[in-house]
Design a protein around this ligand. Structure first.
Ligand code: SAH
Length: 374
């Protein structure tokens, strides 16, 4: 289907990469105390540093006046090293959608997007520099995987957004981050440990973490079945989104190459298991591609596949108008086909919505975060 040579799937990051500097957001509250002691610094300062970072959202050491001036630089270097630099910010929707391009310590580039709505603010974060899953319609998938991000690098994207909101830099007055979605660059479940660490930091009560509700967090996956099963056992009720995009193996093998390893049936079974164990409704993501996966018969098949696990409200379908990537031969579905697709799903009792497409004009929408600015 793709004219490009298919990329190999990459699960593990390339070896020999230097690790990002350790940061308090990588660590539990107890580990922060230990780290300061290892550095020959007083452990009780960890709480103050955590308060600056997670509760006051301070990033300028000069504002940390409760730390002794003589020790401040050492404390900050030990637990709050600078992890990333914003290279560029682009705005859309009158400033309520903001995409930031970040340069990490080793030069890797990632992006995050802040979207403010009247009743909530969502940050879309990257979990890897690049991605090894090679989905041919996704901009990030075309470049391969550079490396996994650390927990603190993922958390810092959320904290940076929280700072902008708290400081009133986003139209609508001072605000807070209510939702985090792992829908930026990368496959979150291929960087499982760092992503779980991130979820813990986001939900740990302040000042140990950001004190968010797990219900406001969505982890989106291509369908790494063993990791989906593991996630169900973590005891953190985040929302799981499964990027299905096709109800049949033949097409899904092309659109989401990991399907050659875990079939539609196995993948949907793992999603259903997640809903059963966590009592959280799973979201099925389906990017509507004209003439590729938007046929009426595929809507019926999708509904049947999902209905085979019962209609106890375990699942919701989120249709995403395809965002064509440069040079891609695929485009978004006809509105009439999209309406028919929705109608058929709903006729079979599947709750369905069509995703809004914030940030398209700044390439800030799904699958567009390719950091081509480099
Ligand atoms: N790797 C994860 C999360 C990143 S992408 C995943 O695949 O779920 C977040 C969502 O955007 C996924 O559903 C992905 O399939 C979708 N997406 C990727 N490229 C897209 C594009 N060009 N148009 C619309 N959606 C796209």
């Amino acid at each position: 289907m793709s004219e490009r040579t298919p990329l190999p799937l990459v699960f593990d990051e390339p070896r020999g990469r230097k690790k990002p500097p350790p940061h308090l957001a990588d660590l539990t509250a107890d580990e922060r105390v230990e780290r300061l002691k290892e550095l020959g610094l007083p452990g009780f300062r960890a709480k103050q540093l955590s308060t600056h970072y997670f509760a006051r959202l301070v990033d300028d050491p000069a504002e940390m006046t409760d730390l002794p001036a003589a020790q401040r630089d050492e404390l900050v270097a030990g637990l709050l090293p600078n992890l990333m630099t914003p290279l560029r910010t682009m705005e859309a929707d009158r400033g309520t959608t903001r995409k930031t391009l970040w340069k990490l310590f080793d030069g890797a580039l990632v992006e995050s997007v802040l979207m403010r709505y009247p009743d909530r603010a969502t940050i879309c974060v990257s979990s890897q520099a690049g991605c090894g899953m090679a989905c041919p319609f996704c901009a990030t998938g075309q470049g391969g995987l550079q490396r996994n991000m650390s927990t603190a690098e993922i958390v810092e994207q959320v904290v940076a957004g929280a700072r902008s909101l708290a400081r009133g830099e986003v139209p609508g007055g001072p605000g807070r981050v209510s939702n985090v979605v792992f829908m930026g660059m990368g496959e979150p479940l291929a960087n499982y440990k760092a992503v779980i660490g991130t979820v813990r930091r986001l939900t740990d009560p302040t000042p140990d973490g950001l004190g968010m509700s797990a219900r406001g967090i969505t982890v989106s996956t291509v369908g790494l079945v063993p990791r989906m099963l593991q996630l169900a056992e973590e005891g953190i009720p985040v929302t799981l989104a499964l990027s299905l995009h096709a109800p049949d193996d033949e097409l899904r093998n092309e659109l989401v190459p990991i399907n050659t390893r875990y079939s539609v049936a196995e993948t949907v079974a793992a999603a259903w298991n997640y809903a059963k164990v966590t009592k959280r409704r799973v979201s099925i993501e389906y990017a509507m591609m004209r003439g590729i996966n938007d046929h009426a018969w595929r809507a019926d098949l999708l509904a049947d596949v999902l209905q085979s696990y019962g209609d106890w409200g375990w699942v919701h379908v989120n249709l995403i108008p395809l965002n064509p990537t440069p040079g891609s031969k695929w485009t978004a579905s006809d509105p009439a086909d999209e309406r028919e697709f929705v109608r058929r799903l709903e006729a079979k009792g599947i709750s369905t919505t069509v995703r809004d497409t914030r940030g398209r004009e700044i390439d800030g929408a799904c699958g567009q975060l390719a950091a081509t600015e480099a």
